[in-house]
Design a protein around this ligand. Structure first.
Ligand SMILES: Cc1cc2nc3c(=O)[nH]c(=O)nc-3n(C[C@H](O)[C@H](O)[C@H](O)COP(=O)(O)OP(=O)(O)OC[C@H]3O[C@@H](n4cnc5c(N)ncnc54)[C@H](O)[C@@H]3O)c2cc1C
Length: 334
């Protein structure tokens, strides 16, 4: 067995963190994914800088009529925070957080680390398999065991993004604030996540699914204010009842007019693409109409537009339709 030695430092300030970070020095949140990746021999940083000792970004603040959530908040604290737990518009986020992992993991895991966790694909997680995402030549899931893999976005990597909160946040129109040596930048989640491409590869060989630079830290998640009658829901379908990653998930964020018509809609999908996925066809199908059974059927057909199942995962197409129906039916009379 090879012993990999690394240095560990508790961060005192954000400036210190961004000055330290590069391809050999990684930020440590709760460590629930990073340490597992290191133990498996999948990552070998020379240094870790512990973000949890930073004085800020551990709580929720109001901002621009919405919410600013510190990226260092643990998932457990986030779900329990009254500003989040009691906001009807954020119901989907609370559901997604409480559907993530286990109570023990949520006590350690930070929101930032959750949004940046690596995929759960069994080829990716096997250190003996040189899959494309790790710098190898091909995706073994494409013609292999692909029961849990993607339906949307095509290759070259078919591993689904594992985060539940990311899907809820995408439907809520959230943005992320990143801090780096040149200052801060704020990006909509739609622009933060990018499907992996051949021309984006990090020095360690990995293909990223975000535009986060090696010397940047995710410091905050910004959720815009919503209409008074906004409502949101998160439906996750799993193989086991608890403590499992999504086979598919659907997050819906709707604003309804007084007459009950859909005035604004955002729909996001999990478990089906290498990044949290916007279902724009389903949004268009919902806009302007009421949530009648027919409209829900049309949205359910639209949510699977463009899906291209692999050999073993066609069941996810029906699951997506069912999950969207389940989410929308929460707001119908019957
Ligand atoms: C058994 C099990 C079941 C799970 N089930 C689910 C599930 O159902 N749904 C779900 O969503 N998740 C699930 N997870 C994943 C879990 O939620 C993540 O491991 C966790 O959220 C990662 O957070 P962390 O703070 O521990 O990240 P870390 O492990 O500390 O970091 C993960 C990555 O993000 C980087 N990073 C961390 N914080 C920052 C930051 N602020 N800025 C820049 N980079 C940063 C690290 O360098 C590392 O590369 C599960 C995990 C396990 C082990």
């Amino acid at each position: 067995m090879t012993i990999h030695r690394f240095a560990h430092a508790d961060a005192a300030s954000l400036q210190e963190v961004v000055a330290a970070l590069d391809e050999t020095c990684l930020p440590l949140g709760g460590g629930t994914d990073l340490v597992a990746m290191m133990k498996a021999g999948l990552m070998a940083p020379e240094r870790l800088v512990n973000l949890k000792t930073l004085p800020d970004h551990h709580g929720v603040r109001p901002g621009d009529g919405g919410w600013r959530i510190g990226a260092l908040m643990t998932l457990a604290d986030l779900a329990a925070d009254p500003a989040v737990a009691e906001a009807p518009a954020l119901a989907s986020l609370v559901e997604a957080v409480l559907d993530s992992a286990s109570p023990q993991l949520r006590t350690m895991a930070t929101l930032g680390g959750n949004l940046l966790q690596r995929p759960r694909c069994w080829y990716f997680r096997n250190p003996e398999v040189p899959c494309w995402r790790k710098g190898g030549r091909r995706c073994f899931a494409f013609r292999g065991e692909n029961k849990y893999h993607t339906l949307l976005g095509g290759g070259p990597c078919y591993a689904p993004h594992p985060s539940d909160p990311a899907v809820a946040l995408l439907a809520l129109g959230a943005a992320v604030r990143l801090s780096g040596p040149a200052g801060d930048r704020t990006l909509a989640l739609d622009d933060f996540y990018v499907t992996p491409t051949r021309d984006a590869q990090r020095a360690d060989g990995y293909h990223p699914v975000t535009v986060l630079a090696p010397d940047e830290v995710l410091v905050e998640v910004l959720i815009p204010g919503s209409a008074a009658n906004a409502r949101s829901a998160y439906v996750k379908l799993m193989e086991r009842g608890v403590w499992d990653f999504a086979l598919v998930s659907v997050a819906v964020n709707l604003a309804l007019s007084d007459a009950g018509q859909v005035a604004a809609a955002r729909v996001a999908l999990g478990g089906v693409a290498a990044v949290p996925w916007r279902a724009t066809e389903a949004e268009e199908a919902l806009l302007g109409g009421s949530l009648t059974p027919e409209a829900i059927d049309r949205a359910a057909e639209a949510v699977v537009a463009g899906t291209r199942p692999l050999e073993h995962n066609a069941y996810k197409v029906d699951q997506l339709k069912a999950a969207l129906r389940q989410a929308l039916r929460r707001w119908t009379a019957d």
